[in-house]
Design a protein around this ligand. Sequence first.
Ligand SMILES: [Ca+2]
Length: 340
Amino acid sequence: MTFRFAAAAVVLATFLSVHSANASTGYLARAEVREFIEAMQTEHGLDATELERILGDARHQPVVSRLIGPERPKSATPPVRSYPKYRAKFLTKARIAAGTRFWDLHEADLRRAQAEYGVSPEVILGILGVETAFGQNTGSFRVVDSLTTIAFDGPRRQEYFRDELKELLLMARDLSIDPLKIKGSYAGAMGLPQFMPSSVRKYAVDFDSDGVIDLAGSTSDAIGSIASYLKSFGWADGEPALVPVQLPKGSAADLVTGLERSHEVEALKEKGVRFSVKRLPEGACSVVELPTPGKPSKFVAGFGNFEAITRYNRSTFYATAVLDLANAIREARTQMTANN
Ligand SMILES: [Ca+2]
């Protein structure tokens, strides 16, 4: 945008802010917001008046910026983390029981997702359980407010969230919904599976074939979309995602790779790493540390399916907890079947 246009935009925005009932947010008066609207119009053919209606109504939410939090300085020592503490938030009796109930209620969709995408029911349930406790907690922020706040006033990752705001507006157009009505997490994640707008557009599926993708209202769409997402990131049917390993004493600093799947299994074995099972998936693996403060860490090797889950959420704790919850739900269900 040229300076001349920016100046004109400010004049126009000032005019709108005086005449709009939603003038208090001030987003329309911002040059970078005008530039964003202009780009959405020229690059994607969205209607400027409609964009002004939406962004003119967007509210700055300081709580969103606080929750996103500041960038951690590069020099800072990472905080001591506890995997058991993280895991305990999700592996509660109530959540495991909710998982088995959800499995009973939606067994047909879960089976169909497994048949179409090769993802087993418990893994889909592990993700739904960690993300939203099976739809109990899908977020109460207006996604437009969350994304606009971080995109233009956030403490970090403005560019990423501007892209997601763009994707939200395109998604709303594609699905013929009013973006102002969409609710989600403080970071703009939506529905039972907490998809970001770009993921909805790329990976979500209309799994109940009613003509619309609805990740908040259709459990079937949520189930199919999670399976579709994992499959797109290389999910391999029947392969274990992680395998517990024992590392030789003092080798953790050299061997732990976290999210990076950069080890060959044979090379690790030669270095003295012991895998807890014999039959291992094909391909490279990561070595993940699961620390407990004051105790020796546990370690797992993460294979392709583990990486697929970390594409859903870039955290080794997250992926491990999803798989732990998945196993716990599977075991509880087996138990229940045995008792009946
Ligand atoms: Ca649908």
